[in-house]
Design a protein around this ligand. Structure first.
Ligand code: PMP
Length: 307
């Protein structure tokens, strides 16, 4: 994340405690084997700056629990209770800036074994202040990685599994070394899957196109938001496989995610996307998205949970 600062309180082992005391033993299975699942949720300072609103918290925890279900594991908290913990932690930390919640369910056992069936999961969460994770107004320079996206029968992309992020780290790390902001990754069948931590969208001839859920992508909450907003903006949508070379000749392209928000792409593999500027369709989507998360567009107030 861009900022490494944290808010003073975290939720750990059933209670809210000072973040610096929320520590695990080095023998913890999740550290050794990556047996954990996590979420990433944003809180946005509302228009008028009187409150902070958490964006689509229900949907985030639904996916969080689905990730656990894929691992065939559970934690002692229900979706409702996880939301309550999030609101309680937010009230305690009392953010005055945009912020990010990192809920985490992790294997807390000390055994030297990857045997998931024997592992017990606990839940923890911390908060950090977070502005832009990727620039949203400058235009991203991306490279298509030669690291292939993990697939559903390997480490499911659909589940936000801790260990799976080594795949993202390899791709993003190598892209950074090439001077790029991020990587795009191809699926095992050679189609464009997604970024290292964001979904991919492109526009060709007025149609908004994104990789389908079955093409090794995380089912992004922002992705879904954008598809819903495209309906309101009367933009045609295609959820279908994307060829690599279609990206090069797209009129517009952008990444979507809780961290990335709506971040437009200026260049992929040295090819300028469209005219190298933020395109009109991306611009409309980005504006509506920010109006909604900042609480300016009352129609979508149901997506916001006020702290
Ligand atoms: N893909 C990956 C691999 C991610 O890590 C993320 C960030 N959670 C996304 C897509 C976007 O998902 P969301 O919009 O739910 O943040």
């Amino acid at each position: 994340m861009a900022e490494s600062k944290t808010f003073p309180f975290a939720f750990f082992e059933g209670k809210i405690i000072p973040t610096e005391l929320a520590r695990v033993n080095i023998m913890t299975n999740a550290l050794q084997y990556g047996n954990g699942i996590f979420g990433g949720i944003r809180g946005y300072v509302a228009e008028g700056k009187k409150s902070v609103n958490i964006f689509r918290v229900n949907d985030h925890y639904k996916r969080f629990l689905s990730s656990l279900k894929i691992l065939n594991k559970s934690i002692r908290y229900s979706q409702r209770y996880l939301i309550d913990i999030t609101v309680e932690l937010a009230k305690k930390n009392n953010p005055r800036t945009d912020c990010y919640f990192r809920p985490f369910a992790y294997a807390k056992n000390f055994e030297i074994s990857p045997d998931l069936s024997k592992l017990e999961f606990d839940f923890a969460m911390y908060m950090i202040p977070l502005g832009e994770y990727l620039p949203v107004s400058k235009g991203l320079k991306l490279a298509i990685s030669n690291w292939v996206r993990i697939n559903d029968n390997m480490i499911p992309s659909r589940a936000k599994v801790t260990g799976g992020y080594i795949n993202s780290s390899l791709a993003k790390g190598d892209a950074a070394k090439l001077g790029c902001d991020d990587a795009l990754m191809l699926s095992s069948d050679g189609h464009l899957a997604e970024g290292s931590g964001a979904n991919f969208f492109m526009i060709r001839d007025g149609v908004l196109i994104t990789s389908p859920k079955y093409n090794d992508v995380l089912e992004g909450i922002t992705r879904r938001t954008i598809l819903e907003l495209a309906g309101e903006l009367k933009i045609s949508i295609e959820e279908r496989e994307i060829d690599r070379t279609e990206v090069y000749i797209a009129d517009e392209a952008f990444l979507s995610g809780t961290g990335a928000q709506v971040a437009w792409i200026t260049e992929v593999d040295g090819r300028t996307i469209g005219e190298g500027k933020m395109g009109p369709i991306t611009g409309k989507i980005q504006k509506l998205f920010f109006d909604i998360v900042r609480g300016k567009d009352k129609k979508y107030a149901g997506w916001l949970t006020k702290i």
